[in-house]
Design a protein around this ligand. Structure first.
Ligand SMILES: [Zn+2]
Length: 100
């Protein structure tokens, strides 16, 4: 990944254009001619970048899903703990009422 890939010469005025890979269309700062990044090499870089973005995005999504699942599971656990405690208290109260 040399400097060549980040800056190319304008086909119109031969000025050096620094490529902004976040935009497919770049503009020459000297003659304002529109430049579409379309050489196969640059395209490959863009695809790589896109792929990396996708992979990172998917990993992030999976992480969020797992986090949500863990949260759900802990809520489920909490529900059962409360349920058991409440039924235990009711059992004790029932026993007390019967004793009275
Ligand atoms: Zn130009």
């Amino acid at each position: 990944m040399g400097e060549i890939l980040r800056a190319i010469r304008c086909p119109n005025c031969n000025g050096i254009i620094k490529l902004d890979f976040d935009n497919i269309i770049n503009y020459c700062p000297y003659c304002a001619s529109q430049l579409t990044i379309n050489t196969s090499l640059v395209k490959d870089i863009l695809i790589e970048k896109e792929k990396t973005k996708q992979i990172l995005g998917r990993a992030e999504l999976q992480f969020q899903e797992k986090k949500l699942e863990a949260k759900k599971e802990s809520l489920h656990m909490l529900f059962w703990v409360i349920f058991i405690i409440v039924s235990f208290i009711l059992m004790i109260l029932g026993g007390l009422l019967e004793a009275l």
